[in-house]
Design a protein around this ligand. Sequence first.
Ligand SMILES: Nc1ncnc2c1ncn2[C@@H]1O[C@H](COP(=O)(O)OP(=O)(O)OP(=O)(O)O)[C@@H](O)[C@H]1O
Ligand SMILES: [Mg+2]
Length: 246
Amino acid sequence: MAKKHNSGISIAEQRKTLHKNLNFSASEAYKLLRTNILFSLPDEDKCRIIGVTSSLRGEGKTTTSINLSYTLAEAGKKVLLIDADMRLPSVAKKMEIPAQAGLSNILVNSNDKMGIVFFKTPVNENWHIITSGDIPPNPSELLGSSRMKKLLEVLSSKYDFIIVDLPPVDIVTDALVIAPELDGMIVVVHENMTDRRSINECVRLLRMSEAKVLGFVMTGVKESDSRYYRKYGHTYYSKYYREVPD
Ligand SMILES: Nc1ncnc2c1ncn2[C@@H]1O[C@H](COP(=O)(O)OP(=O)(O)OP(=O)(O)O)[C@@H](O)[C@H]1O
Ligand SMILES: [Mg+2]
């Protein structure tokens, strides 16, 4: 029997929406996202750290984080994807890599040495992953710690981009406490799940926490959505906005 993720969709089905398995139109949509990010954060001399969050669970944050990382690595950038959703991690599962010691283990370790454990993806040699590690009792505290800040500083010298997959901002503060350490935040909005009130509240909280909202990725857009169809052809994939949608 096929393995199931908590979304109820089998791993085999999810695989079709990830990195090198993307169809032409979907892959073009992520390339557009990459271009927009390169324009939003053009300083090539420094590592750009980008968080991915949303207002609610299950809107497509991890899928977006994986595909954005892959697309940047395909453009020759050195990319690190960090699974910072220490409450409900899914990067290891989606990438079908071992859920080894990861972020939480690095952060609770009190040694001076960071003991960074990252996974080199077989998909692209420029693309590394730090999994979430063992589930800790206090993810917000860990993400807001000085050790997390130091970790990002150390990693920034090794990568062009760090993509941080975060939990949603609905009930927990994890995405908000780390926001000041990021160069920008992408907000994922699912066409059928998120209402305007939730998006506005999400953006209000992010702005209060000094996050620079780079834009919005809309997921779950159906092929038959004529607005999207006209613009990008036949895909149900992500759409990118620079401003808060009306
Ligand atoms: N752009 C997309 N188009 C179609 N399906 C998608 C898209 N993005 C994600 N999905 C599907 O939606 C489900 C949830 O995606 P994902 O796990 O990426 O969401 P998430 O926001 O990270 O969830 P969580 O809040 O639990 O971490 C998965 O089954 C995934 O395959
Ligand atoms: Mg996720």
